[in-house]
Design a protein around this ligand. Structure first.
Ligand code: HEC
Length: 108
């Protein structure tokens, strides 16, 4: 009887171990590189869906000289421009800034 109990305890702990390892395999991307499209959707798409500009149609992202280089893009997002707010959090995160820049360059 005691041996049975030990066997059951072992099996239960093996199951818990397996469940725990499965879980860690299912969520391996906690530190994955930032996704430019997601950053764009969350911060920019409200005014710039499809790379256009609903607030000021003459100033779309597509073709903007502000996205010509990572430096010009960073400078642009660092301060407020007319009715567009500044994005200090994106500017402070080099990886996020690069991912977002790479994404806006793909807009056509
Ligand atoms: C609240 C609306 C709004 C949001 C949100 C917004 N923008 Fe803008 N954006 C504008 C407006 C308005 C302008 C025109 C600014 C001006 O008057 O110079 C502009 C201009 C721009 C330009 C320059 C276009 C040109 O004429 O050269 C770029 C590039 C740009 N936005 C990128 C972004 C990015 C990237 C994000 C997200 C991080 C973003 N914007 C979020 C409203 C917005």
């Amino acid at each position: 009887m005691k041996a049975n109990l030990i066997a059951i305890t072992k099996m239960v702990s093996i199951c818990i171990f397996m469940a725990a390892s499965t879980f860690s395999i299912a969520v391996p991307h906690a530190n994955a590189a930032p996704d430019g499209m997601k950053i764009f959707t969350a911060n920019c798409a409200a005014c710039h869906a499809g790379g256009k500009n609903i607030m000021d149609p003459k100033k779309p992202i597509i073709g903007s000289k502000s996205i010509a280089s990572i430096e010009s893009f960073k400078a642009f997002l660092s301060k407020q421009n007319g009715k567009m707010p500044a994005y200090p959090k994106i500017v402070a995160n080099e990886e996020a800034l690069k991912a977002l820049h790479a994404y806006v360059k793909t807009l056509k």
